[in-house]
Ligand binder design. Structure first.
Ligand code: ZN
Length: 476
């Protein structure tokens, strides 16, 4: 996929801020200077807006699962120096896409449509290959006339039109966009190369390469069904009989391999399914699956039912289902996290806190447990304990913006305005929002609290970030 088309499918809600803070600068780079660094900066500028997107799935378990899967493929691939970040958008269409700079988005619809982990891995492998082969950079480098600025400006116009259909220029903008879109689409050669490299990676990472063939075949069937309304993935990575034949030819040289899906794959899919439709519909779906044994994994279906019951605010039954689930699964972080969430939702605050603590002892790197624990501590007005937890985590994960946000909340609860704004500033820095960070430090310095020592640290940080922002704005 490409910059412009991506902008189309992702509503960039905070685009004006990004414009002021990044995109126009990028336009001054000549096409030949589309270096990996520039590519990453373009990607980061788009990601700033993706992070404000309401359809971004803010679920550490799902995101971590996807990143683990993605990085397993990256590590097995030919080029593992590049940074990647995988994220999920709540969208029922079958789509996945690569942004410049190694950011790869996957729609929930595609995760739910994948019938095995190898199938999902096949799509990720294909997108990773588009990135490692720098297809986007190669396409953009070929464009003689359209600078990055005009691409970015166009993206803004289209997005404005999208959220406000009355805008007169909408049709014009869309026409221009589709003209550029055609110029920027991946070529057949790109698709073929992404398939070839993706397939190798898939096999090397220990997945079943037949997952690629089976998934793409099913996608092609969808394609016939939908005709002109084909899901995004099919329009941007057209699945042709040629492509499938190509993949099947390559499969002949690869060893046959039966690969079991991980429990995590089953659990995150069950969670996504449990979040679809109304809570009662979700409950009914899993009840029926369990009653008629229509499942590939019983534990995942029980987990899905417990998540759906929690959504339906039926915590007593959710607790019962969870007890059943624990009998049939080995200890698992995702299940333990749900146990804590059910306790918290049923008002058993101290039991929930004890559960979080116990689960974190067993699974110290499971981010969702840390966030849930800190949130529950804050809800119980235990800001000192929350601060202690978050500070310890920040030692290990100093780039986690969510931890800084939790720290900001805890300080705010203690009426420490300077420290709270400062923590929020650090969160913004890590989200690539330097303007917001500078503003937060300004607010903090004006708040009138903080001792001399704290004020000098904040002042120094304010000056450093302001200088960094000024330097970035000058950079071609
Ligand atoms: Zn593709």
């Amino acid at each position: 996929m490409n910059l412009c088309h991506l902008a189309l499918i992702i509503p960039l809600l905070a685009m004006p801020a990004a414009l002021a803070d990044g995109l126009p600068d990028l336009g001054e780079a000549s096409q030949s200077e589309f270096t990996p660094q520039t590519e990453r900066r373009v990607g980061e500028a788009i990601m700033r807006d993706v992070r404000h997107d309401l359809s971004l799935v803010d679920d550490a378990e799902l995101t971590d699962y996807l990143n683990n899967l993605g990085y397993r493929l990256v590590a097995a691939g030919t080029d593992n120096r590049q940074d990647f970040e995988f994220f999920v958008l709540r969208d029922s269409t079958l789509n996945a896409f690569a942004l410049p700079g190694g950011f790869i988005g996957v729609h929930t619809g595609l995760i739910l449509a994948a019938q095995s982990e190898s199938e999902l891995a096949a799509v990720l492998g294909h997108e990773i290959a588009h990135v490692t082969q720098h297809h986007l950079a190669r396409i953009i480098a070929k464009q003689q006339q359209s600078s990055l600025t005009s691409l970015a400006a166009l993206a803004v116009a289209i997005l404005a039109a999208r959220s406000n259909p009355q805008v007169v220029n909408a049709a014009v903008a869309t026409a221009q966009a589709s003209a550029i879109q055609t110029q920027l689409d991946f070529t057949r050669e790109h698709e073929r190369e992404a398939d070839r490299i993706g397939l190798q990676t898939l096999a090397q990472a220990g997945f079943d390469p037949r997952g690629a063939a089976s998934f793409f075949e099913r996608l092609q069937k969808f394609n016939r069904l939908y005709e002109n309304n084909a899901p995004e993935y099919l329009r941007t990575h057209p699945v042709t009989s040629d492509r499938i034949a190509d993949i099947q030819n390559r499969l002949e040289s690869l060893p046959y391999r039966q690969v079991a899906d991980s429990l995590e794959f089953q659990l995150v899919r069950a969670k996504l399914r449990a979040e679809e439709g109304t809570p009662l519909q979700a409950v009914a779906h899993f009840e029926e699956a369990l009653r008629e044994k229509k499942y590939t994994n019983e534990a995942a279906s029980r987990y899905g039912l417990a998540v759906a019951l929690l959504r339906a605010k039926n915590t007593p039954r959710a607790e019962q289902e969870l007890a059943q689930l624990r009998k049939i699964t080995p200890a698992n972080a995702i299940v333990e996290n749900l146990a804590a969430q059910i306790l918290a939702a049923s008002g058993q605050s101290s039991a929930a806190l004890a559960q979080y603590q116990a689960a974190l002892n067993s699974f110290p790197s499971h981010r969702a447990l840390v966030y849930g624990y800190a949130d529950t501590l804050l809800q119980a007005r235990q800001s000192t304990r929350a601060l202690k937890l978050v500070s310890a985590q920040l030692q290990a994960y100093p780039n986690d913006s969510r931890l800084y946000e939790l720290q900001a909340q805890a300080y705010s609860m203690q009426n420490k305005a300077l420290l709270s704004h400062q923590a929020q500033a650090e969160a913004y820095v890590r989200q690539g929002n330097l303007v917001g960070a500078v503003e937060q430090l300004q607010l903090g310095l004006k708040a009138g609290d903080g001792d001399f020592y704290q004020l000098s640290i904040a002042e120094a940080r304010f000056k450093a970030l302001r200088a960094e922002h000024a330097a970035l704005a000058k950079k071609p």
